[in-house]
Design a protein around this ligand. Structure first.
Ligand SMILES: [Zn+2]
Length: 119
């Protein structure tokens, strides 16, 4: 349960006190979320190693595909035209891009968190 709550709240996997991201970003202003280097409270490093978040890209891809399928299914239910569905899918993935970026990195960070690991 801690995994899900840490990902949803966006807090440090080690102490659950501070936020992992310093800013939320804004897809309308083309601003990506900014991640802190380490936890302000316990000093846990959010940048584990070079290329650590490469795998988060696959999680982001999976989330994006799920969102696209969800919009497509809505389109089928409401009988939208193919062009309407296409435009709404593009708008949806653009608006959710910063959300996907954040949530995939939080999922990846929490997935590889080991509480017994000593630094
Ligand atoms: Zn912490």
């Amino acid at each position: 349960m801690s995994y899900v709550s840490n990902v949803v709240k966006g807090t440090c996997p080690n102490c659950n006190k501070t936020k992992v991201f310093a800013s939320n970003g804004n897809p309308l202003l083309f601003k990506m979320p900014k991640m802190k280097m380490k936890c302000d409270n316990c000093g846990y490093s959010f940048h584990r190693e070079t290329g650590f978040y490469f795998g988060a890209m696959y999680m982001s891809y999976a989330l994006t595909v799920a969102e696209m399928v969800a919009v497509f299914v809505l389109g089928l239910l409401f009988g939208w035209s193919f062009m309407t569905m296409f435009i709404l899918v593009v708008i949806t993935i653009l608006l959710l891009s910063t959300f996907n970026y954040k949530i995939s990195r939080l999922m990846w960070l929490n997935l590889f968190y080991d509480k017994d690991e000593q630094e």
